[in-house]
Design a protein around this ligand. Sequence first.
Ligand code: NAP
Length: 354
Amino acid sequence: MVAIKTTQPVMVTGATGYVAGWIVKELLDAGLTVHAPVRDPDDRAKVDHLEALAAGSTGSIRLFKADLLEPGSYRDAMAGCEVVLHTASPFKVDVKDAQKELVDPALLGTRNILEEASRTSSVRRVVLTSSCATIYGDNADLLKTPAGVFTEDIWNTSSSLQHNPYSYSKTVAEKEAWAIARKQGRWNLVVLNPSLVVGPSLNDQPTSESFAMVKRMGDGSLRMGAPRWGFGMVDVRDLAKAHLAAAFTPAASGRHIISGHDTDLYEAARLLLPRYGSRYPIPRRVMPKWLLWLIGPMADGGLTRQAVSKNVNLPWKSDNGRGVKNLGATYRPLEVSMNDMFEQMVDRGVFTKA
Ligand code: NAP
């Protein structure tokens, strides 16, 4: 557990989101004051759980109104903060206008917040929630890596506005963050590059793509089988602790892959079978690549044949050693994360709704 030295408020963007909810909880439980700029502080469905977390902790929370696309809107929330955690960025794959829905909020939002950090004299550390998607675009990219493993030295060069636009949005945003950090000398940047995040949410109606992925494992979408589509996965609670370490470890710097498990969709879904296999259509078979290639474009969300070709039956493999060594990152078993997440979705009636 990292020692927390600051008594100043800590700013967290995207506090209404899945990942940030657990970061806010950790900060509140450590007795800190959290400044949470959100799009609509009066949207009770989005903020009630944050206020309840604060009420049950030794810390406190202050909500502010801000938008990634509105320059200057983070000024009041950032005033007096030593540490800024920037998590806000849309995580969705089914988009109509990738520039507007993904790239603009990711890139312009990062610029907006980090330039505000450069203007705010109290800021000493910025932690950016980036993604492994800035390291790779498709699993096929693994074949081009020097040692057959994704590391922090590698950048995603295969994604574009047309192909894997979410990964592209995260890549241009992280590059922008490094460019802004290099222009000044007061605050330093620590980047976390998580793989696919799983585990329960603190917000009742999570919008994160993580939930759409796991929902498909129980709603019959994968009744015919799950593809061996390689993924890294990490529990949201372990990721939150890594954020606190990134925020408060004085010597921390650079990028950190935060990923507990090299796995694939079929293997991850199988972990649900012992508890839920008799009640829900959890996939029991591997979906052949040729079949997904054939039907993917017709499926919900429209999977491209290029994505199938470059990801299915191809493994995902990362070296998470830097985060373990420098941030003390620890990882719970994937079975626990998957079952905790699924159990919560069952309790919330996710699989009984149309
Ligand atoms: P999420 O639950 O959808 O959270 C996204 C957050 O971004 C929400 O708080 C959302 O606010 C905020 N946001 C989006 N557009 C905004 C705008 N224009 N202005 C202000 N706030 C805006 O997704 P998540 O999974 O927690 O993702 C959080 C971060 O982790 C993202 O940077 C994502 O790229 C990264 N990440 C996630 C995963 C994963 O598997 N989940 C993996 C690697 C990295 P509203 O509530 O108002 O919509």
